[in-house]
Design a protein around this ligand. Structure first.
Ligand code: PLP
Length: 460
């Protein structure tokens, strides 16, 4: 461990890191970040990086935003904590719920706040089960998610997540959670199948699944508008229109998980607006507070709220909620973030930068390592392959994606390797010059990775 810095050695001996190979990490140690400003962060060696992941799809307003700091600090001074249990309340939670109702693309009667995206999706499941018991449909409990979906890591939300690493040996998924097709045209379309035909096939498969299970047993379908942590997967044309039709036909409640896409990432306030579907509910987190303070939540439609009222009459109360539901400091920060998104018209800024971002992204497909460069708004995914013509992937143990992300860091950009796909999602306040610098760094990382792949003969 002697080659690690002091902070790195202390880290290795004390922390469990999420989504990290804990075995190799003992040798590599952490990247310790110290401060940030705008789209930049600095590590403990003083090296500067463009944060091309906005943390983890969080810091839409970048780092060091004084207005957010001031809003959080003022609320801490005024009323650092109170809760919403047993009818207690405070003005920040009320105001934030009003604001989200106003913005919500789903018909929202009420808002329930959580501390994270996982808890938001966990609560979605609990409320659906509660709702369907209340409305006399106790059989209607199954939730359909998708392979490669990412909806979180609690016992229930990890069951929705469609990634083996999140479930293997954790004894997941739980019962009554199903997974339908991943809508990745590049990987899963049949030979010659257009995006529209692929979407039609997937919607038909969903319908078959519902019919096979029995529509009276299927409560909901949950989807991210763009799948993020499963590999940055953009839906094929007409996909959500066709999926929505199937859900409506069988009274299947549709949840849009907006944890990544919400608050402007794709150029609209919410991703379901970009893909033109109207869910029954949305889950949100991350950019809600620009990642400055943990907070998430979900919308509750009127019929579900009415059923919850009945449940309270029957059971004596609503038995769900977190100590920090609607936390005043988080709510004050979220309100300020939304005020800035509106004042600066961040969705319009994203739309203005999208052509440059997406053209620089698409141009990466000219590189011999890049099988597909895909994205929308300020989201990009760059899938590295061993052979472009056959789309053959590298052997996973060669860790080519991780090597490329590492080369990005050497070139002053932080991106995330999801297997061999690089995820890119910078703060939404990024400028044109910074977009160019980000892609220059990624281009340089690809060149370095090509040398590495050739030297180690990793294509065979
Ligand atoms: C779409 C989506 N849903 C849910 C989550 C889980 O959120 P959290 O990590 O805040 O629990 C994530 C996290 O990346 C996400 O991307």
């Amino acid at each position: 461990m002697s080659k690690l810095s002091n902070a790195a050695s202390r880290d290795v001996e004390t922390l469990i890191h999420p989504y990290t190979n804990l075995a190799t990490f003992r040798d590599t140690g952490p990247m310790v970040l110290e401060r940030g400003k705008g789209v930049y962060v600095w590590d403990d060696q003083g090296k500067r990086y463009i944060e091309g992941m906005a943390g983890l799809w969080c810091t839409a307003l970048g780092y060091g935003n004084e207005e957010l700091v001031e809003a959080a600090s003022a609320q801490m001074g005024k009323l650092a904590f109170t809760h919403l249990f047993g009818g207690k309340s405070h003005d920040m939670a009320i105001e934030l719920a009003e604001k989200i109702k106003e913005l919500s693309p789903a018909p929202a009667s009420k808002i329930f706040f959580t501390n994270s995206g996982s808890e938001a999706n966990d609560t979605q499941i609990k409320l659906l089960w509660y709702f369907n018991n209340a409305r006399g449909k106790p059989e209607k409990k199954k939730i359909i998610s998708r392979q490669k979906a990412y909806h979180g890591v609690t016992v229930a939300s990890a069951s929705l997540t469609g990634l083996p690493i999140v479930q293997n040996d954790f004894d997941l998924p739980i019962e009554r959670i199903l997974h339908t097709d991943c809508p990745h045209h590049y990987r899963f379309a049949q030979d010659g199948e257009t995006e529209e035909e692929f979407a039609t096939r997937l919607a038909a498969n969903l319908e078959d699944m519902i019919l096979q299970e029995g529509p009276e047993t299927v409560a909901a379908f949950i989807a991210e508008p763009i799948m993020g942590a499963g590999g940055v997967i953009v839906p094929p044309a007409t996909y959500f229109a066709k999926i929505q039709q199937v859900c409506r036909k069988y009274d299947v409640y549709m949840i849009s998980d907006e944890v990544i896409c919400g608050f402007g990432r794709l150029g609209d306030w919410f991703g379901c607006e970009t893909y033109d579907f109207t869910p029954d509910s949305i889950s949100f987190a991350k950019a809600l507070t620009s990642g400055y303070v943990p907070m998430g939540g979900l919308t509750v439609p009127e019929d579900m709220y009415q059923a919850m009222l009945d449940q309270s009459r029957k059971l004596g109360g609503f038995g769900h909620g977190y100590t920090y539901t609607g936390h005043p400091v988080a709510a004050a920060t979220a309100l300020k973030a939304i005020e800035i998104y509106e004042r600066e018209d961040i969705p319009a800024h994203v739309r203005a930068l999208t052509p440059l971002f997406q053209s620089r992204l698409k141009a990466l497909e000219d590189h011999p390592l890049v099988g597909e460069a895909r994205g929308a708004g300020l989201v990009g995914g760059v899938e590295l392959v061993a052979d472009k013509a056959s789309k053959r992937a590298f052997e996973p143990q060669h860790l080519v994606g991780a090597a490329c992300a590492k080369a990005g860091e050497a070139n002053g950009v932080i991106v995330r390797a999801i297997g061999d796909t690089l995820a890119i999602c910078p703060p939404l306040i990024i400028t044109r010059e910074e977009v160019d610098a980000l892609f220059d760094g990624i281009q340089a990382a690809l060149e370095a990775t090509e040398v590495h792949v050739a030297k180690k003969n990793l294509r065979v």
